[in-house]
Design a protein around this ligand. Structure first.
Ligand SMILES: [Mg+2]
Length: 228
């Protein structure tokens, strides 16, 4: 169940550093260039390079899961496939759909004197392209996308969250992570950071709660209001 404004305000009171997932809370990255198309083109790149698509990767429609699959099967192809995906993600963010209230969370956090760090399994280059195209480049204290050529850096690995906190010089008890997937909550837990589960689809609140989210919010606007 979604939190009351008071519950959100309580969770956010000690927070100095807002760690923000990108795909979901800020925008729908693949709203304009859908994931099956991105996955298809990634496989095409592989074939064009004279490589075979690894077993199990033929049907995968999630580009990040596909990158992981390819990397596991063929570590030697990780770097080139990650680079190909960065190009596709950068194309995708140009036609991404902004999340209602997502931009308001960025602005409200900064206006209230908090730092905002974007922590995402997407590529940092694509995220920076999006922020720049939406006039938001000055709102992020840092962008922490998956480490190029290293899909193991992706959440639920807490690595990117730890890097973000280290860069901002903040401690977990002064941070909150806002994410829309169970792996975000798991990464938060591993990093010692409580997570606000952004339940943007029916059924997600149960998944995020089960994963251990501190509170659930079904709208980014609600979080923005609590930050103000
Ligand atoms: Mg997400």
């Amino acid at each position: 169940m979604t939190a009351t404004p008071q519950q959100l305000a309580d969770v956010l009171r000690p927070v100095k550093n807002v760690l923000l997932d990108f795909d979901g809370p800020v925008c729908s990255v693949f709203a304009g260039l859908p994931v099956p198309e991105v996955a298809r083109r990634l496989r095409e790149d592989l074939s064009a390079a004279g490589e075979e698509v690894p077993a199990g990767a033929e049907e995968e429609t999630d580009p990040l899961a596909l990158l992981r699959l390819i990397s596991d099967a063929r570590p030697d192809l990780t770097e080139s496939m990650d680079a190909a995906l960065v190009a596709l993600e950068t194309e995708a963010v140009r036609v991404a759909r902004p999340t209602p209230g997502g931009e308001s969370v960025l602005r409200a956090a900064v206006r209230s004197g908090r730092l905002v760090s974007i922590v995402s399994n997407n590529s940092g280059a694509a995220i920076e392209t999006y922020l720049s195209e939406h006039g938001l480049s000055d709102y992020g204290a840092g962008v922490f996308g998956r480490a190029p050529g290293d899909p193991s850096s992706m959440k639920p690995n807490p690595r990117l969250l730890l890097e973000a906190m280290q860069a901002a010089g903040t401690r977990p008890d002064y941070c909150i992570f806002i994410g829309d997937a169970a792996r975000d909550v798991e990464a938060g837990e591993a990093a010692g950071v409580p997570t606000i589960g952004y339940a943007n689809k029916p059924g997600k609140d149960a998944k995020l709660t089960a994963a251990g989210a501190a509170v659930i919010a079904d709208s980014m606007g609600l979080i923005a209001a609590a930050l103000a």
